[in-house]
Design a protein around this ligand. Structure first.
Ligand code: GCU
Length: 843
C-alpha cells in the first residue's frame, strides 16, 4: 500500500451527502491557506475558442474547479494578451500564431490528443496538440488541485502523449432503453426507439470520459438495431454528437450487417453486391452530413446469431471492408469484432474448442483488411472470464490494426454487486509478453500499433453506464472506469497508484480512507476468483441464464463451448497440441511451449490448458480439489472481512455513499458464502473426495429450514442442488398464505450472529420476520431486484440465494427460533437455513 506524502493537510472539508453523480469530478473543497491562495491564478485566458470547443469547456471546468475546490472565482478572458497570473489554454498552433514565440521541441511534436502543462507560481500554460488535448491538460491541472497537490500545481512542466489513438468506450444500449449486461438502470441515450430529448446526462458522461482522456464512444449495442439509421434517429445522433463534442468525445455507432435488407428494403445484404455497397455509402454520407466528426462504426458480424458475410459465403474481411470503404472518404474507422465463433459445437469431440475460433477465422485474413479497419479483440479467447490467458490473436495479426476489448461492466464478475477492482486482471493481459519471433512483445505494444508498426490501434471497453446516479450502479465500481481511461492513456501506470488518485478525488485524502479503499480493492479480484472459478476453469457462473450466481454444471453439455469437461475423476480442457484441441499452438513458440507442458503451466491457468485428475498435485503442493476447497473458503472469508473494513470508514465518508456501499458489502459477504458452498458442494459431490479440513458439507452451526417444524411452509427441492444447503429449501404452501418454520436452538448459551439464508426472486417482495422466544429479532423484505443491480432471477437458485445477518444476538440453549415468511407475487418467501455463528466463524 502506497500513500502519497502530502495527504494529511488537505482533507476534504465537508462530509456532505452525495449521490455519486459527480464521480471523481466533485471539485470538493480542499484547505487552501493564504500561501496556497497565492499559487492560484486570477484569470483563465483562452485563444480562439467558440462555445462548442473543448477549449471553452476547459475554461468553464477550470472556473468551476477553482471555485469549488479553492473557493476562488476566476474570470475567463479571450485573446492573445494573457494578463499576469493567468491559466492560458490553447492549442499549440493557436498559441504559436498568437505569441510568435517558440515552444519546447517536445511540445511541437506532441501526438494527437497530447498536451503540455507548464506552471510557474500562479501562472499556467496548457497547450493541446488539438483542442481535446488542451481539455485533457486542464483536467490534469484540476486533478492536482482537487488532490490538494499545490506544490506540483505551482511548479510543473510536463508533456503527455497517449499510448494509442483509439481510446473508446462501448455502450450496449438498446433502442428501447434497456442495456444488455447493464446493471445501473436504463439507457441515458435511448428510450422507446429514439434518442432521448434530455441529453444532460449524456453531457455529464462525456465530461467523465474526457477527464480520463477517452476520445470516442459507441453509443448502441453491438447486437444492433437497424432502426437507428432512420432519418429521425440520425438527427437524434447529431444532437448527441453536438453535446459530447464539447468534451472532445466523438460518437460512433454499432451496425447490423443485414440492415440493407431488414431496414433498407433491398433483397440482399451481400457485402459484394453493388446495391448493398451503394446503400451503405449513402447511409454513411447521410451520417457524416450530420456528424462530420463521426468516429466510425463498430460491427459484430457472424457471431451469436448476428448476421454477417458468411450468409453469402464472403469472408469476414470482405464484410469488414464494405464498411471501411464507405468510411474512408470521411476519415472514419471501422472497429470489427473478433468475437466470432460457432455456438453450436459438440463437446463430444475432444478436439473441438471455441477458444480456437478467433485465430482460426482471422489469421488467414491478415493483410486483407483495409487500412482503416481495427480488429477489436476481447482480452481472452472466451468471454471476459475471471481469468483467461491472453487471446493469441494479438500475436497472429501482423498486418492488421488491432484493439483490445475490456469490460468495465462486470458481466461475469459480480455485476457491480460484488466489488472487483479490475486493473490487476487487465494487467495480466496488457503486460503479458507474447514473445513474437522470440522477442519482447508485450500486448500493450501490439495494441498501440508500435510492435508491428501499425498506424492505428488501442483500446475499447464495454462500460454500460445507466441512469442510476452512481453511473454503474455502485460507487466503488467507478474506479474501474477511471482506471480504464488512465491505463488506455498510459498502460505502464500502476493500478494502486491510479486507485489512490481515484480515492482522493472520489472520497478524500484521509490516510485511513486511502488505505482501506486500497486494501478492499486490491484484495477484491483475488477474493472473487477464489470463491468463483479457480485454476483457469472460468468463472463458473450460470452461462445459460444470468451470468451471475454459481452454476458450474452449466459450463458443460451445451454448444456454447465454455466447457470444463468435469467428470467424477478429472477436470479441465486439454488444449495441448500433442493431445488436445491444439489451442496452445496458437501462441508464438516460447509461450506455446510453456502452456503445452503441464509442468510449466502456471497453476492459475492449469485447468484452462490441461485435463487432469482432481488429485493432481499443483506447484503449491495441494491437489486440485483441495485447492478448490481452500480457495473458496479463503475467498468467502476475505469478502466477509470487507464489511468490517468498510465500517471503519463510517466517520470519514458521507452518510449516503457510506450506507449504499455498505449495503453492497453486506450482500457480497453473504453471496460469497453462497458461491463457496455451491462450488465446493458441486465438486465434492462429483469427485467424492473429502475436504481435508472437513468443512465441505459440514455446517455445525446451521439449522436447515427443511428440518424445522413447518407450518404453512413445505419442503422444496432446489435446482441446481448445490445452491441450497443440503439441496433443500422451504417455500410457502401457496402464494398467498404465510409460512412459519421453528426450531429449538441446540447451541450453548452465548452471543451469536444470527444468519438467515433465503431466496430473493424477481416477481415479488416477500417479507420475513425472525423471532427468538417470540421476541422479534429482525425483519426484512425480498426487494433485491429494486435495490441491487445484478440480473435478478425468477428461480430459487444461486442468483437469488442471499442472506441476512443480525449481529450479536444473545442466545440460550433451548431457545425457540421461529421464522415467519409472507409470500408476495410469485415469490413464496423461500428459506434455506438459519445459522448461529460464534464470533469469527464464516458459515
Ligand atoms: C457475451 C455477452 C453478450 C454479448 C456478447 C458480445 O456473450 O453475454 O451479451 O452480446 O458477449 O460481446 O457480443
Amino acid at each position: 500500500m502506497r500513500l502519497h506524502a502530502l495527504t494529511w493537510p488537505f482533507l476534504a472539508l465537508t462530509v456532505a451527502a452525495e449521490d455519486g453523480s459527480k464521480a471523481w469530478l466533485r471539485y470538493a473543497p480542499v484547505r487552501c491557506n493564504r500561501s496556497c491562495q497565492k499559487t492560484l491564478p486570477s484569470h483563465i485566458t483562452i485563444l480562439n475558442a467558440n462555445k462548442t470547443s473543448p477549449i471553452f469547456t476547459a475554461a468553464e471546468e477550470l472556473q468551476d474547479g477553482l471555485h469549488g475546490i479553492a473557493g476562488k472565482h476566476v474570470a475567463i478572458t479571450r485573446g492573445c494578451n494573457a494578463p499576469p497570473s493567468s491559466i492560458l489554454v490553447a492549442t499549440v498552433s493557436d498559441y504559436l500564431v498568437c505569441n510568435g514565440t517558440t515552444v519546447p521541441d517536445d511540445v511541437l511534436s506532441l501526438d494527437e490528443d497530447g498536451f503540455y502543462l507548464h506552471t510557474h507560481g500562479a501562472s499556467a500554460t496548457i497547450l493541446g496538440q488539438n483542442a481535446r488535448g488542451a481539455l485533457y491538460g486542464a483536467f490534469e491541472y484540476l486533478s492536482l488541485l482537487a488532490q490538494g497537490d499545490f506544490a506540483t500545481l505551482s511548479n510543473t512542466s510536463q508533456t503527455s502523449n497517449p499510448h494509442a489513438p483509439i481510446r473508446w468506450v462501448n455502450q450496449w444500449d438498446n433502442m428501447d432503453g434497456s442495456i444488455e449486461r447493464g446493471y445501473a438502470g436504463p439507457s441515458i441515450f435511448f428510450a422507446s426507439g429514439k434518442i432521448v430529448d434530455d441529453l444532460s446526462r449524456a453531457r455529464e458522461y462525456a465530461r467523465l470520459l474526457a477527464s480520463v482522456r477517452i476520445n470516442a464512444i459507441i453509443v448502441n449495442n453491438v447486437n444492433a438495431n437497424a432502426t437507428l439509421l432512420s432519418a429521425e434517429n440520425m438527427d437524434g445522433l447529431a444532437r448527441l454528437a453536438d453535446v459530447m463534442r464539447s468534451y472532445g468525445v466523438a460518437i460512433g455507432i454499432s451496425l447490423n450487417f443485414a440492415s440493407p435488407q431488414t431496414f433498407g428494403g433491398l433483397d440482399t445484404y451481400d457485402p459484394l453486391d453493388e446495391s448493398v455497397i451503394a446503400w451503405w455509402e449513402n447511409v454513411t454520407d447521410e451520417l457524416y452530413a450530420r456528424i462530420p466528426d463521426l468516429a466510425g462504426y463498430l460491427v459484430k458480424a457472424s457471431s451469436e446469431g448476428q448476421p454477417g458475410p458468411d450468409a453469402y459465403n464472403r469472408t469476414l474481411a470482405e464484410g469488414a471492408n464494405l464498411f471501411a470503404r464507405a468510411l474512408q472518404p470521411h476519415g472514419g474507422v471501422l472497429m470489427f469484432r473478433a468475437f466470432v465463433y460457432d455456438h453450436h459445437i459438440s463437446e463430444e469431440h475432444w478436439k473441438n474448442d471455441r477458444a480456437n475460433a478467433a485465430v482460426d477465422f482471422f489469421k488467414p485474413l491478415d493483410g486483407k483488411f483495409e487500412e482503416n479497419v481495427i480488429v477489436q479483440i476481447k482480452y481472452g479467447p472466451i468471454d471476459f472470464q475471471v481469468r483467461e490467458p491472453v487471446s493469441p490473436l494479438f500475436a497472429n495479426l501482423r498486418k492488421t490494426n488491432v484493439a483490445i476489448e475490456l469490460q468495465v461492466t462486470q458481466e461475469y464478475l459480480g455485476q457491480q454487486d460484488h466489488l472487483v477492482y479490475l486493473p490487476p486482471l487487465w494487467k495480466t493481459i496488457t503486460d503479458f509478453d507474447l514473445r513474437v519471433d522470440n522477442a519482447s512483445s508485450p500486448v500493450r505494444d501490439i495494441i498501440s500499433g508500435e510492435h508491428f508498426s501499425r498506424p492505428l490501434g488501442g483500446w475499447a471497453a464495454v462500460v454500460n453506464v445507466g441512469t442510476n446516479t452512481t453511473w454503474l450502479g455502485s460507487h466503488l465500481a467507478l474506479s474501474n472506469l477511471y482506471a480504464y481511461g488512465r491505463l488506455a492513456w498510459d498502460p505502464t501506470l500502476d493500478p494502486e497508484t491510479i486507485l489512490d488518485t481515484w480515492t482522493r478525488l472520489t472520497f478524500s485524502a484521509h490516510p485511513r480512507v486511502l488505505e482501506t479503499v486500497n486494501t478492499l480493492s486490491m484484495t477484491s479480484w483475488p477474493a472473487y476468483e477464489n470463491y468463483t472459478g479457480n485454476l483457469g476453469i472460468q468463472t463458473l457462473t450460470d452461462i445459460l441464464y444470468t451470468h451471475y450466481g454459481p452454476n458450474p454444471a452449466s459450463q458443460d453439455g451445451n454448444g456454447w463451448g465454455q466447457w470444463m469437461r468435469a467428470d467424477g475423476d478429472t477436470i479441465g480442457m486439454d488444449r495441448t497440441v500433442w493431445n488436445g484441441t491444439g489451442f496452445s499452438g496458437q501462441y508464438p513458440a516460447q509461450v506455446a511451449s510453456v502452456y503445452e507442458d503441464l509442468d510449466t503451466t502456471p497453476d492459475d491457468l492449469l485447468l484452462w490448458f490441461h485435463h487432469v485428475p482432481y488429485t493432481y498435485v499443483l506447484k503449491s503442493e495441494k491437489s486440485v480439489i483441495q485447492h478448490f476447497y481452500d480457495a473458496h473458503y479463503a475467498g468467502a472469508q476475505a469478502a466477509d472481512a470487507f464489511v468490517d473494513q468498510w465500517d471503519s470508514l463510517k466517520p470519514l465518508v458521507d452518510k449516503r455513499r457510506f450506507e449504499e456501499i455498505r449495503r453492497r458489502f453486506v450482500y457480497q459477504a453473504g453471496h460469497a458464502v453462497v458461491w463457496r458452498d455451491a462450488v465446493t458442494s458441486f465438486y465434492h459431490n462429483l469427485s467424492g473426495i473429502a475436504d481435508q479440513h472437513d468443512r465441505v458439507g459440514h455446517h455445525p452451526w446451521r439449522i436447515e429450514a427443511e428440518d424445522m417444524t413447518l407450518d404453512g411452509y413445505v419442503r422444496y427441492t432446489v435446482s441446481p442442488f448445490e445452491t441450497a444447503s443440503r439441496a433443500f429449501a422451504v417455500v410457502t404452501e401457496t402464494n398467498s398464505t404465510t409460512g412459519s418454520a421453528s426450531a429449538t436452538v441446540p447451541f450453548a448459551d452465548g452471543v451469536y450472529d444470527l444468519v438467515v439464508n433465503y431466496y430473493d426472486l424477481y416477481g415479488g417482495h416477500s417479507q420475513w420476520k425472525v423471532y427468538l422466544n417470540e421476541k422479534l429479532v429482525g425483519s426484512w423484505k425480498g426487494d433485491m431486484e429494486d435495490t441491487l443491480g445484478h440480473n435478478p432471477s425468477i428461480y430459487i437458485d444461486g442468483h437469488s440465494a442471499t442472506r441476512i445477518r443480525f449481529r450479536k444476538v444473545k442466545v440460550r440453549t433451548g431457545d425457540k427460533v421461529r421464522i415467519v415468511g409472507v409470500p408476495d407475487g410469485t415469490e413464496p418467501a423461500p428459506l434455506d437455513y438459519v445459522a448461529f455463528l460464534p464470533r469469527g466463524i464464516v458459515d
